[in-house]
Design a protein around this ligand. Structure first.
Ligand code: AMP
Ligand code: ZN
Length: 469
């Protein structure tokens, strides 16, 4: 198997991804999902698109990826939003959840195996069991306010992911908020005792009515669904501290013994707007919907987000989207030209070995710039060959086959190309064979069958062309 190397935030080094012993080629991947109190903005989607590229590339390299993405549907923000709009929590979050799935589809994200929601009773039970285990082992305590906190002084490894030095800190301070600054290392809330502002939101627990802290939600759902050691855990860099640091503390101190929680931690840099992180709180954000309304397409946004290395700074601009549009138009025109050149030629000639470099670039910590450079160099070269009439139909067919493999990772083909269903492809192949044998009646019948499936087939001098009806 080819080695895929990634930058591990824990070691700060490039490491080859190897499955756990006995796991053959399966990797588990946990990705922190959205807090569904509003529409996700495209900064959030930078993280999800990077995770999608990672998953697709690992699959291209022969791994089976089991990915779980959580939905945070109870926390300070969701409760505040529900309260302000006078709605029940579930009614308030539902439309944002649905919108998230729609946006994910528009951006062509491979669906995860599971999307556990924090308010699911099964998940709440897992969280309570994990907190009980932390209490038993002396890693947690109940404070006067009735809330339970993680005792960071009990876990010497606390700070290992964010590389925070605890010397000089004052463990024993407490913080109820889920998000806080590195400078304020403090015991964080595991279970928040019910207060009047929580209204109808609350669950019974051995320590009284309350609700889980954000960090325990991910720890319990990740280990509950993927096992006590997870291969790859991703998020944006803002998740490193305190969220992922807290997830490690909880998982490595709860009843599992000494198993490391995660083997490879990967974090993407932020999507920026004029030097600041795109964030809901900063008010400098665009949702995908905002951009679609302005006439941009999902694949243009996907291209703009995917085309810069995940650990590099990416400044969001309309010029960036315009550049994505131009790049996609070049790719589309090239694909059409290759299709015309290939005609109905069945023979396939493998392209130049340098094209494999697209995938080897991605093996190197998802070096997308290197991969795109090879894609566009191949485009330029073969366009030149076509200008000079040198590219043969089998060569064009070979490039199209390579492009289909490339697109398995990038997912940037236009909708009509991307979406031709297998069934239609098969009918088209039968029809090509029927026409070659001059069986015109059969050819017409097959055209009707294709039409019944919602596709229009046209015969050109270069063979059949199909578009959505
Ligand atoms: P949240 O809903 O705030 O928990 O964020 C969901 C995911 O989006 C997390 O993985 C964050 O790290 C990530 N994220 C939030 N803002 C940005 C941004 N501007 N750029 C990249 N990723 C982000
Ligand atoms: Zn998380």
């Amino acid at each position: 198997m080819v080695a895929v190397q990634v930058h591990n935030t824990l070691s700060r080094k490039l490491e080859a991804i190897v499955p756990r012993p006995g796991e053959r080629q399966t990797l588990s991947l946990y990705t922190c999902g959205p807090t569904i109190y509003a529409h996700a903005h495209i900064g959030n989607f930078r993280a999800y698109v990077f995770e999608d590229l990672l998953q697709r590339h690992l699959q291209e390299r022969g791994f089976t990826v089991r990915r779980v993405m959580n939905l945070t549907d109870v926390d300070d923000k969701t409760i505040r939003g529900a309260h302000a709009s006078g709605m029940a929590l579930g009614d308030y979050t539902r439309p944002f959840k649905e919108a998230f799935f729609e946006d994910a589809k528009t951006l062509r994200l491979v669906p995860a195996e599971a999307y556990p929601a924090a308010t699911d009773p099964e998940q709440i039970a897992r969280m309570i069991a994990m907190i009980a285990s932390l209490m038993e082992r002396g890693h947690a305590y109940q404070a006067e306010d009735g809330s339970l906190y993680f005792r960071i002084a009990s876990f010497p490894d606390y700070g290992k992911l964010a590389h925070v030095d605890l010397e000089g800190q004052r463990p024993g301070q407490r913080v109820a908020s889920d998000e806080y600054e590195k400078e304020a290392v403090a015991d964080f809330a595991l279970w928040k005792a019910w207060v009047a502002e929580d209204g109808a939101v609350g669950w019974e627990s051995p320590w009284g009515k309350g609700r889980p802290g954000w960090h325990i939600e991910c720890s319990a759902m990740a280990t509950g669904l993927l096992g006590e050691t997870i291969d790859i855990h991703c998020g944006g860099v803002d998740n490193i501290f305190p969220h992922h640091e807290a997830e490690i503390a909880q998982c490595e101190c709860a009843g599992h013994g000494k198993a490391p929680f995660v083997r490879y931690w990967m974090h993407c840099a932020h999507l920026m707007v004029e030097g600041s992180k795109m964030a809901k709180s900063a008010g400098n954000f665009f949702t995908l919907r905002d951009l679609l309304e302005k006439g941009w397409t999902g694949r243009e946004v996907r291209y703009a987000l995917i085309s810069v290395h995940y650990r590099g700074a990416l400044n969001f601009t309309m010029e960036g989207l315009a550049a994505a549009r131009t790049a996609l138009a070049r790719l589309d025109a090239w694909r059409e030209r290759l299709t015309e050149t290939a005609g109905s030629e069945p023979a396939v000639e493998a392209p130049d070995a340098t094209t494999e470099g697209f995938f080897t670039a991605l093996d190197d910590d998802l070096n997308i710039s290197g991969a795109l450079a090879i894609l566009f160099e191949t485009l330029r070269e073969s366009n030149r060959s076509m200008d000079e009439g040198r590219l043969t139909p089998p060569q064009a067919r070979g490039l199209l086959a390579w492009l289909a493999r490339v697109d398995g990772v990038l997912a940037l083909q236009p909708d009509d190309v991307a979406a031709i269903p297998q069934e239609v492809e098969e009918l088209l192949a039968d029809r090509a064979a029927a026409r070659a044998a001059k069986e015109w009646k059969k050819s017409d019948e097959l055209r009707d069958k294709i039409a019944d499936l919602g596709w229009v087939v046209k015969d050109t001098k270069d063979g059949q062309r199909v578009t959505k009806s």
